[in-house]
Every structure is written in structure tokens, then in C-alpha cells.
Design a binder for this molecule. Structure first.
Ligand code: F6P
Length: 357
């Protein structure tokens, strides 16, 4: 009898349950008596031995349910090799629970940090299959991650709502979109929401360019402007600093986030009134959009097929619309970032969108 452990790790997203359902339903078709262990709260459950045995009924009715039915937590990869506060060796503890429970494979759903630990476990000879989860769409080795499209819809909706009020009041509005290191979500929501200025971590901005773009709009008779700003947007000046210098500068920074700093600078430079909206964790909440439900079901089925074939050590990803297994060693430790020279950026610039560069 097969025993499979499911684990969801890192920040959640809308489509985790839909993905687990895809894996489970496909496994139950082939192995009606498969035992699924729901490992609770991500790697924490694997380290401390917390799980619950799942039943087929646990996977019914969850296609449209956001969050994760087995909980999640952030367990930083860089601390995995460090003992916990009681001296417990976390990696050994995970290996030992895996063996104690008699698992044939771990199915791990997560983002970048999660993949580093998944690769570590695979290198430690555990059987691992992973699935690419994140609203950030920044996992290397896959064109798309599940959760991304649902978050794009929410962030776009936030910009859409802002549009009507911005037009009535003749103001500048900033919508801050999630994404500390990468700007996929801001880029897609910004284009979809018709933002005039999009600022991404990958394209450091010059406030002069931002102000020039706003002035141009005013001269053209435009009553309002909307900026889609990634959480991790960074000025050219700050991007030129060393990590240490940047850390020290940020300690002194009085603003709650980059949008507030940009907003203040815009007000001072243009005299226009600025308002800031931060949809925050709403972007990870609610139900998965139909597109995510489809890719989650497909990726889940593909992950189950790998398990059936006993092909371990892979993430299932999308390449040009097809599902491909990608070796974990290739995925771990890399980020898929927005290329400033890519066609999507060129097309957006062609539409007149300013990226502050
Ligand atoms: O990794 C997804 C993400 O939503 C990022 O876009 C965001 O910066 C971060 O998680 C927020 O993390 P937390 O759940 O720790 O607030």
C-alpha cells in the first residue's frame, strides 16, 4: 500500500487546495487504498511529527476553497541546518519522521524557499515531488505558478476600483502590489488595470522620470494618474547601494512602505494630491480563479503520474503550455525575474506606460 505525505509551505495562495485535490483524486484512481498523510503547517509538521491521516472526502468540495486545509508556515531554508531552540537537528528529524511514517513520497507545494528545502530533502535521499505555488510567479523552471492568476485578478480589481474614484477627484493614486523581489504580479495587474506608471524591483526608477510622466499627463489634460508599484520597487539611487548600506538607510526610513515614500516625493514635486492603496494579503485570499483551478488540476494530475511512475526529485512545471518535469536541482536557489528587455516590457512601453527608467 502506498503512503504519500502532502505538505504546503510558505505564504499561501488561492489554489493550494485545488492542487492537492488534483494529486489526491488522480492517486485514488490508481491506488484506491493509498494513504495520504496531511503534514500540518508545512515543514514544521515534518520536523515535529504533526500530521493527520486524510480521507478521500477531505479532498471533495475544496476545488474552490482558498488557503490550505493542512496549514502552512514559513521555515527559512537558511535555518534548516541550524538546530532548533532545544537542539533538535531539523533535517534529521524530517528524515526520521518520513521513515517512521513509512512514506513512499512527499508531495510538496511551495515557492522558492520551499524548493530549496525540498531539494535538500531529495539530496538526502527522500522521494520528493513538488508543485510550483506562488502569487509571485517567480519560480524558475515554469512559465506559470498556480495562485498567480487569481492574485492578478484581485490586484487588477483594486486598480479598477481606484480608477473611478481617481477620475472623480483629479488625484494621483498609488496601488501597492505584492512582490518584494519580482514584479510579475505588478506588471500584469498594472497592464490589465491600465496603470499609467508601473514600478518594478527589476527596473530601478528615477523619481525625475516618474514626475516627468505625471507632468506630461497633466499637460495633455489628463485629470488623474495611477501608479502600480511593487512592494519591492527600488530607486536607482538605492539600487546602487551595497546590501549593508541599503539596510542602514532603510532603518532610518520613516515610511511604512515604498509607496508612501514615492507618494510624498510626488506631492512635493508636482503639488498634486496623492492617495495610497495597499491591498496586501487580500491578493492571496479568496477563491482560485477558473484558470488557476485548471492549471492546479493539471499540475496535480501530473504530479500523481510522476509518483505512479516512481519518478522522484522533480517539480512539475509548465513550458509553452505543456507540463514538464523539472529536476529539483535546477529549480532550487534561482528566481524567475522580469527581464527589463523582454517583449512584454517593450509592448507596455509602446502603450505609453512609464517604468520610471
Ligand atoms: O511570497 C508571496 C508573498 O505574498 C509576497 O508577494 C509577499 O511579499 C510576501 O509573500 C508576504 O509574506 P507574509 O505572508 O510573510 O506576510
Amino acid at each position: 500500500m502506498k503512503k504519500i505525505g502532502f505538505l504546503t509551505s510558505g505564504g499561501d495562495c488561492q489554489s493550494l487546495n485545488a492542487t492537492m485535490r488534483g494529486v489526491a483524486k488522480t492517486l485514488y484512481q490508481t491506488y484506491p487504498d493509498v494513504e495520504i498523510y496531511g503534514i500540518l503547517e508545512g515543514y514544521k509538521g515534518l520536523i515535529y511529527g504533526n500530521y493527520r491521516k486524510m480521507k478521500p472526502s477531505d479532498f471533495s468540495g475544496i476545488l474552490t476553497e482558498g488557503g490550505t486545509i493542512i496549514g502552512t508556515s514559513r521555515q527559512p531554508f537558511k535555518k534548516m541546518r541550524e538546530p532548533d531552540e532545544n537542539g533538535l537537528d531539523k533535517v534529521e528529524a524530517m528524515k526520521s519522521n518520513y521513515k517512521k511514517w513509512g512514506l513512499d513520497c512527499l508531495v510538496i507545494l511551495g515557492g522558492n524557499g520551499t524548493h530549496k528545502t525540498a531539494n535538500l530533502l531529495s539530496e538526502e535521499s527522500l522521494n520528493v515531488v513538488t508543485l510550483p505555488k506562488t502569487i509571485d510567479n517567480d519560480i524558475w523552471g515554469t512559465d506559470i505558478t498556480f495562485g498567480f492568476q487569481s492574485a492578478v485578478n484581485i490586484a487588477t480589481n483594486a486598480i479598477d476600483c481606484i480608477h473611478t474614484t481617481a477620475a472623480s477627484h483629479s488625484r494621483v493614486f498609488i496601488v501597492e502590489v505584492m512582490g518584494h523581489k519580482v514584479g510579475w504580479l505588478t506588471l500584469h495587474a498594472g497592464i490589465a488595470g491600465g496603470a499609467d506608471i508601473i514600478l518594478l524591483p527589476e527596473i530601478p526608477y528615477d523619481i525625475d522620470s516618474v514626475v516627468a510622466a505625471l507632468d506630461k499627463r497633466t499637460k495633455e489634460g489628463k485629470q488623474f494618474s495611477i501608479l502600480a508599484v511593487a512592494e519591492g520597487a527600488i530607486s536607482k539611487e538605492d539600487a546602487a547601494l551595497s546590501k549593508k548600506e541599503l539596510k542602514a538607510k532603510r532603518k532610518e526610513n520613516p515610511y511604512p512602505s515604498i509607496s508612501y515614500q514615492i507618494g510624498k516625493e510626488i506631492e512635493e514635486r508636482t503639488g498634486q494630491e496623492v492617495r495610497i492603496t495597499v491591498p496586501g494579503h487580500m491578493q492571496r485570499g479568496g477563491e482560485p480563479c477558473p484558470y488557476d483551478r485548471v492549471i492546479s488540476s493539471r499540475l496535480g494530475a501530473a504530479a500523481a503520474r510522476l509518483i505512479i511512475k516512481e519518478k522522484y526529485g522533480y517539480m512539475v512545471g509548465f513550458k509553452n503550455g505543456e507540463i514538464v518535469p523539472v529536476p529539483l536541482g535546477e529549480v532550487a536557489g534561482k528566481l524567475k525575474m522580469v527581464d527589463p528587455d523582454s517583449s512584454i516590457i517593450k509592448e507596455a512601453k509602446g502603450l505609453g506606460i512609464c517604468f520610471g527608467d
